[in-house]
Design a protein around this ligand. Structure first.
Ligand code: NAG
Length: 418
């Protein structure tokens, strides 16, 4: 016994220390604020936010009408611009940017207790690359939205949602398909975009956080490269008064405790969904609730401020095109992508009408419980940002309508379930 010469108390102390080695003491370090200049009391006040998804980065399921007005090969913002050509793409996008979210939305958010918005934006709107088909203009609306948020006292996380080459191959990175981020000059181009966001907006009173990159696909990338990018990105922001936000890269919400020592103002973003694999989709309501509670409990053991920066009320993937334009649902077995099929769990037909007001009684009650439980789970850690504020036809993902329908706890602090 190595510890046989120690007193009982010392053995206990050693045991506690080793318990805490991926817990509290390192946390004191990683939660370190260099000064009091952060614009939000992370760790003290819970982040209660919504994502402005589908605004500056198109997604087929958030705004199907925009895609339905295009040929079937248009599956993301890249192919949208490429297929329509720059002047038609600009006309349609500019009209979308000017109407999808307006100043009035921020007042409504404020009135229901929202204190944060996460605003996804693609690199192409910040520092476009030669040869890209993308069109310009979203960045000006981003600037306006910061003032709208500020006038309501709402803080903003600017989230670099699409990186050159695509960091995950998802349509929501701007370009669906291969994962080419980290190839060629893409990492330095990503830093160029982040530095421009910093120079233009980090000192804005509403901008409390900047996220280095959304959902880099860790299992398909070289994680040493991802960690180096995070460290360099942190270095470029360390003198800005923003929480330097990094996604867990799908490496597990508890996998970052050993990283980041000596760095301050770090905020870990993890995304919690229970609809993107057949195992989750097969769960009943009580399993969905307990899974959410367990996830919140593990978030809370981290040594860094941790938020669920994306989550929703969904327990099926039946929302139209949720898995991509023209792609079916795993829930009813119609999903089949690249030879990866799915098997029937339940019927999507008649499941939802496409609106919150069309939900059946059982779905209404279950989704309401699921939302409340998740809020109470994520508030065991440092908070949450719902995906998303609004959309055209996916009821369980529509925070504005879910709240109006009485399915989101009011006040938000009354959430319960975990
Ligand atoms: C949200 O509410 C608006 C206003 O009532 C309605 O027109 C729209 O269809 C709703 N959308 C969803 C997804 O519930």
């Amino acid at each position: 016994m190595v510890f046989s010469h120690l007193s009982g108390a010392a053995v206990t102390a050693v045991a506690l220390l080793s318990t805490f080695s991926n817990g509290l003491p390192a946390g004191m370090m990683s939660r370190f604020k260099r000064d009091d200049s952060l614009k939000f009391d992370f760790g003290g006040t819970k982040v209660r936010g919504v994502n402005l998804g589908g605004w500056f980065v198109l997604e087929p399921w958030i705004t199907p009408s925009i895609f339905e007005a295009t040929p079937g090969n248009v599956v993301d913002e890249y192919t949208f611009c490429q297929t329509l050509g720059s002047s038609e793409a600009y006309n349609r996008l500019n009209s979308h940017w000017g109407s999808w979210i307006t100043e009035g939305d921020f007042a409504e958010m404020k009135s229901i207790g929202i204190n944060f918005v996460r605003i996804p934006i693609g690199y192409w709107s910040v520092s476009p690359l030669d040869g890209d088909p993308y069109v310009q203009g979203a960045y000006d609306y981003l600037g306006k939205s910061l003032d709208w948020a500020n006038s309501q006292g709402i803080k903003v996380m600017i989230d670099l949602h699409g990186a050159p080459g695509s960091q995950n191959g998802f349509d929501n990175s701007g370009r669906k398909g291969s994962i080419d981020w980290t190839q060629g000059s893409t990492v330095s181009q990503t830093k160029t975009a982040l530095n421009k966001i910093r120079d233009d907006h980090a000192s804005h009173p509403a901008v409390a956080a900047i996220e280095l990159i959304n959902e880099p696909m860790g299992p398909s990338l070289d994680m040493d490269t991802v960690r180096q990018f995070y460290m360099d990105g942190w270095g470029n922001l360390e003198d800005s008064n923003v929480a330097i936000t990094f996604h867990d890269a799908f490496e597990g919400v508890n996998s970052w405790n050993d990283w980041g020592n000596g760095m301050w103002n770090l905020l870990l973003d993890t995304h919690h969904y229970e609809v993107f694999d057949s195992g989750s989709l097969a769960m009943g309501i009580s399993e969905h609730l307990s899974t959410a509670c367990g996830f919140g409990a593990s978030m809370a053991t981290n040594n860094k401020w941790t938020i669920a920066g994306e989550w929703s009320g969904a327990m099926t993937d039946c929302a139209q095109w949720l898995n991509g334009r023209g792609v079916g649902a795993r829930y009813d077995g119609t999903y089949n992508v690249d030879g990866t099929g799915s098997s029937y769990i339940g019927s999507c037909s008649g499941k939802y009408s496409g609106t919150v007001s069309g939900l059946g009684d059982a779905d209404y009650q279950n989704i309401k419980s699921f939302i409340s439980a998740q809020i109470s789970a994520f508030e065991k850690a440092d908070g949450w940002i719902f995906w998303c504020w609004k959309n055209e036809a996916a009821p369980e993902w529509h925070f504005q309508n879910l709240t109006a329908a009485g399915m989101v706890p009011q006040p938000l602090s009354s959430a319960s379930g975990c």
